[in-house]
Structure formats: structure tokens, C-alpha cells
Design a protein around this ligand. Sequence first.
Ligand SMILES: CCCCCC/C=C\CCCCCCCC(=O)NCCO
Length: 603
Amino acid sequence: MLVVVGAIILGLGAWFAYQRQQRAERVAHLKGKIAQRKNEQAELLEWARAEAEKIPAQRRKEIGAMDFKQLLGKFNVITRDSRLMLVFTLSAALQSGDVTSLEAVTTYIGLSLAAHEKTNCVTMYIKESVKHARALDGRRKSGESLPPLFGLPVSIKESIGVTGTDKTWGYAGSIHFPSTRDAPTVEMLKQLGAVPFVKTNVPLSLLSYTCGNEIYGWTENPHKKGRTPGGSTGGEAALIAAGGSLLGIGSDVGGSIRMPAHYAGIAGVKPSSMRLSLLRIDDGYHGPKRGGGYPLIEANEGPMAASMETCAEILKQFWDSSLVSDVDPYKPPVGWNAAQFEEGRKYRIGYYTTDGWFDPTPGCVRVVEEARHILQMQGHTLVPFSLPDVPEMIRVYVATLTVDGGVSLMGSIEEDLPPAIFLSALRPLRVPILVQRSMAYVASALGYWRVAKFMRSMTKSSVELRRDYASIQLYRARVVEEMRKANIDMLLCPAQVMPAPPHEAPLHLSAGCSYTAIYNLLDFGAGVCRVGTWNAQDEAKLECYPTSDPWYTMAKKFSKDSVGLPLGVQVAAPPFKEEAVMRVLIDLERNVQHNPKSSFRQR
Ligand SMILES: CCCCCC/C=C\CCCCCCCC(=O)NCCO
């Protein structure tokens, strides 16, 4: 007997020692990869500096001072008086040849480098961009007709496939598995003549609205050091807000385009999943292991820029042609809806300032009220609207996003090198689901009903998963029916619960993404633009913000000392109404006192 027990103990000891050694070897391997990547990144930054210097500083300054319209041009300008409507085309710098593609790309390589020095937003430069720009300039010389986005430098979120570049999602284990194909959005941009030139930082796993990982570190908000630019498309938001890019492409499964837009004071749109393609999410190292697998929680890519007008111009170019359904036959061939986007078109808009799940902090409520007023002055009709049953749908969102009780997410993170805060934020996922649910009773008894809801969110069986999917389908039907009954075209609401918080805050407050995540669950098109700035009154009113549970207490703490930080609002509408959403957001951004186009574009 003693021998058997001794053998078991020895066996277990050997097994644990073996596991420990395996882990130590893996950690050493991953650290080696990170060190290698840091060297490669340093070389790329040097390359970028050298490339930028090939163009005289004065010339770069002139080109950098041009806004999107001046640089890209070819806009249909519609002028109206009572009877006359003129449509004419402006030909601006890149189209006319006043600025070459190479000059534009090189200028933005220089500007992005300056933005990176301030915010740590760049993960890598795409050296190919310089050759690509030269080739485009060659096409002009040979007299070929020029595509609509001819020569436009574009920045791309790290996790989106660009041939020859890594998309690590912050996992060290994914370093050196470069994409062998462009993501559909990148393919479309290239076909339209744009030049992807840089990739930008993300949070590990993309499932957070902060921006940092062990490979590239934390990205700063250009408006305040120590604050996050949001996530997961945080590198793009920081880069654009700091003037290092005119147009970026992000992705959004819970607000990853819209929350960074709010935190960094820029604009961003997540169209409905039916209007842009996510094919080839499996390219590179990810695939079934890490990407996708959550039907009905619709991720999508979308544009980010200093203004909503730029986002609209890009989506118009995507949808004007059959590009989307050409690259992805699963997408319906629905074109740009000019009637919905028509200037002067008036809409009936439902609005709310709380979703009944997470009351926003004072400034985030104030800007919705201000937006309501501005839109009313523009002739839109604003009516109060209450989005039904959000708390339960947030539970369903978490259940169906993590799908398998968090097993894949936790597994991917644990086998890699996560920053310590990611591990501690995710540790609850390691608690057996039945224990999580028992603990929910304790949270309920303490009056923490929201925390209890989260503790009941992880799925333990396919029976539960099917039920949650069914409730998403029923919820979609219910919301569109309620909107139809109230004759409402779209909804106006907060973009987030806080102004840009400290880097680690989002990892403690995943629940704070409810205002954006609900529109992934509904698969609505939704966008955010800047409406204002957190002010001293907001700071004073924060004193009265609730502290009735740990999340409110944290949101209050993380929102302090935010005077001067940007604040955005969100507009959302059912699928195929993205053009209407952008029309309303443009009406808004054109009429706010703070002009987003001038925000932080110091050059
Ligand atoms: C790393 C912590 C994850 C814990 C899991 C909690 C579940 C839900 C919180 C979701 C937070 C979503 C933030 C935005 C994610 C996003 O849109 N990513 C883009 C992917 O393309």
C-alpha cells in the first residue's frame, strides 16, 4: 500500500516538475520572440525616420496641413438653392498630381512617427507601402485613369490581415506568422488606390477596451498620459487623434471602434455585419483557435477618422461599387443609399441617457442632452426611447461572446504571456461555473445585482447556449418592432459610461461596454463622433455619482481628474441604414461648438 501511495506521489511530483519545466521553456521561448520583435520594431522605426527625411520638412508640413478633402478630393459637392441643384467634382491634391502618392505616404510615415513617440501607438510599418506608392505614381505617368482613393495613406489595426505582416492580437506566440493574404477590407482599399502604411496597437485578445500587451506595451491617450485611448482599436484612435493618420480601419465586436473614438475625440463607424466582410479572419495564426465562433454577436470592421465625413466618404467608396459582394459572396450586393445620406434629410430619433444597466458619468449624459438639442435645431425630431431589457441582454452578450464559458479565451491567454492585470481580471473565469453561480447569490444578497448577473453569464451547456441565441433573435424582433411602433429611424445614446480612464480600468469594468455592445448583439450600424469635453461641472457632479456597488465605485474613481478629455455620443440604426446614421452624425459634428476636425491636429 505504502509503495503504491509513494509511487503516486512520485509520479505526481514528476508530472508537476515536467509541467513547470515545459512552462519555463515556453516562457523563455515567448520572451525571446518578444525581444526579437522589439528589435524588428526599432529597425522599422529607424526606417520610417529615414524615409520621412527623404522629403523636405517644409513640403511634409504643407502636405500634413491638408485635410482629407484637400488631399483626396474628387468629392461630389452638392449646392442647392430653392430650385437649383449643382453637382460638380473637386479635384484635389492627390488626384490632380499636386501631391504624389509617394509624398503623401512619406509625409504620413513622418507624422505617424511623431504620434508614436507621443503615444506608443505603432506596432509596425509596412515597408511595401513605399513601393506601392511609387507604383501608383507610375500609373499616373502612364496616363491610366486613377482610382478614387488614389495614393491615400491608410493605417490598419494590428489584428487585421495585411499580406506579409503579423497580426498577433497581442499574443507573443503569434509573432512571425505573417498574413498570406489581405483582409477583405484591405483588399478593397488597395483596389480603390489607398496605401496601407502602418499597423497599430491592440489589447491582448482584443476583448477589452484598453490598449496594451506584453509585446508592444501600453498605448497612451494623446489627450492625457496615463489614460487609455480605448480599445481594442486603441492604437488607431491614438494615431488619428495625434494627427498621424487621416483614415484608419478598426474592428468592433463590443465597441472597439466606437469606444476609442469617444475616448480619443475622433469619429468611427461600425456598420452592420451584413455590409462589410470578415472572411479570412482565420488567416495567419488565429483561425478557429482564437478568432470567430460567436455567431449572432457580430464583429465588423469599419473606418475611423478625425471626422465622420471622412468615414462616410470611405464607406461610400466601398458601397458605390460591387466590391463588397465581389470579395465576399455572403454579403448582399447593397449599394450606397444616397437618399438616406442626402443633406437636409430629417429623421425621427429616439434617445436615452441610461440603459438601465450602467448609468453613465455626468459628462457622458450631458453630451447626449447637448446632441439632442443640436439635432433638434437642425430640424430632426427627438423623442425619448427606452431600450428594453438591457441588463438581461448584457448577460446574454457575455454568454454568447465567450461561447464556451470562457475556456478558449482563458486557454489562449494562459498559454501566452499576458500582462499581470489581464490574468487577474480573467481569473474568475477559472472558477467552476457552478461555483460562479453560487457566488452570484452572495452578490445578490449584498445588493450587487449587476455583479450577480455577470456571475450568471458563463454558459455551461449547449442547451443554455441555444436558449441564449434564441433570446438574441427574439430581442432583435422586439427592438425593431418597438422602434417601428414609435416610428423611430434611429437611436441616440451615450458612447460609454466614462471619459478615457486609466489603462487598467477597462479590465476591471468589462461591464462598461453595454452602450456599444448592445448594438453588436442587435447587429445595428452604429457610429460615434465627438460632441464635447469633460468640464469642471462634470467633475463636480461626479461627487453625486452612485457608489452602490463595486463597479459604480470604480467608474467614479476612474473618471476623476478628467477635465479636458473628449466626449462623444453614439447614433445607431437597424442594418442598411448606416447612411442615415452618418448623415445625422455629420449634422451633429458640423454644429458642435468644438470642431472635431481641428481637434489635436497640431503639426
Ligand atoms: C480580457 C477580459 C475579457 C473578459 C471577458 C468579458 C466579456 C465581455 C466583455 C467584452 C468587452 C468587449 C470590449 C470590446 C471588444 C471589441 O469590440 N473587440 C474587437 C474585436 O474585433
